[in-house]
Design a protein around this ligand. Structure first.
Ligand SMILES: NC(=O)C1=CN([C@@H]2O[C@H](COP(=O)(O)OP(=O)(O)OC[C@H]3O[C@@H](n4cnc5c(N)ncnc54)[C@H](O)[C@@H]3O)[C@@H](O)[C@H]2O)C=CC1
Ligand SMILES: O=C(O)[C@@H]1CCC=N1
Length: 267
């Protein structure tokens, strides 16, 4: 019997989504097939989640409900060239590839209902942020299904496709920026005399707690910044240092440059 969900590419993101979809009970293990040429990935996913695995992408494409395309954008054309048309009703094809536009997906999978999505790695722990853009063939039921898939790994927003590269530069790549910020904060703590393990704990919880406070109280970041800064105190001294070294500009330029890179990957 054909599986309901096919995943093409069982790497970091394929596994992150797979693990949460199984844990949330959205799919039974036996309803999922993952295709990946790497034998060790297939063995790992079969052993960890009990899903079916195959080196043959066509088998994943034959899934009846949804196909998740989770390969690198650089090999999309090669993957598309090796698969054949699926007879009968087409499943929903959801691509998480950075940069690859709906038009390119439609050229490779003509007539298929298509969703372009950009999740991020915190999906692994159910704290992801995903933006989705819908292709023209997507039915309301498939729109709801796409939202349900990504709701199982965190928050979901729907955006116009023209915004997907910007999403990629911000929330898609953002965990990399935040990880560096946390590492640097911990380095600062070590420079100031803290043991490494304590410095890292302080840095992680400070970033997590600040994000939670902003979200829970729906605070503008500037309001929270003003709350922390005592006149003539420590925080304003630290902020003055960040401003003089250009942290804001560096982050703005990081998002813009990553957005531009997404456009290049999809060209
Ligand atoms: N890592 C991240 O933070 C995010 C990645 N993405 C997107 O997700 C996609 C996958 O990224 P990762 O999971 O990080 O990469 P990855 O390298 O961890 O996973 C890719 C998987 O594809 C497999 N693969 C290679 N050739 C294949 C083929 N011909 N057919 C089927 N599978 C094949 C590889 O063996 C590997 O397991 C990329 O398009 C990326 O842009 C999207 C959001 C976040
Ligand atoms: O670095 C990348 O290209 C992928 C897309 C977003 C996060 N990682």
């Amino acid at each position: 019997m054909p599986e309901k969900l096919g995943i093409i590419g069982g790497g970091v993101m394929g596994e992150a989504l797979l693990s949460r979809l199984i844990a949330a009970g959205i799919y039974e293990a036996g309803e999922v097939v993952v295709s990946d040429p790497a034998a060790e990935r297939r063995q790992k996913l079969a052993a960890s989640y009990g899903v079916n695995t195959t080196p043959d992408n066509q088998q994943a494409l034959n899934a009846t409900e949804t196909v998740l395309l989770a390969v690198k954008p650089q090999i999309f054309a090669a993957v598309a060239a090796t698969v054949a048309e699926v007879p009968g009703e087409k499943p929903l094809l959801v691509s998480i590839m950075a940069g690859v536009p709906l038009a390119s997906l439609a050229a490779a999978f003509p007539g298929w209902p298509l969703v372009r999505a950009m999740p991020n790695t915190p999906a692994t722990v159910g704290a992801g942020m995903t933006a989705i853009a819908l292709g023209p063939q997507v039915t309301p039921d498939q729109q709801a299904l796409a939202k349900q898939l990504f709701s199982s790994v965190g928050e979901v927003v729907e955006v116009a496709e023209s915004l997907m590269d910007a999403v990629t530069g911000l929330s898609g790549s953002g965990p990399g920026y935040v990880a560096i910020m946390i590492e640097a904060l911990a380095d600062g703590g070590v420079a100031a005399g803290l043991p490494r393990a304590i410095a890292l704990q302080l840095a992680i919880q400070t970033v997590k707690g600040t994000a939670e406070l902003l979200q829970t109280e729906n605070l503008h970041p500037a309001v929270l910044k003003d709350r922390v800064t005592s006149p003539g105190g420590t925080t304003i001294a630290g902020i003055a240092c960040l401003e003089s070294l250009g942290l804001r500009t560096a982050l703005i330029e990081a998002v813009r440059t990553a957005c531009q890179r997404a456009k290049e990957l999809g060209a």
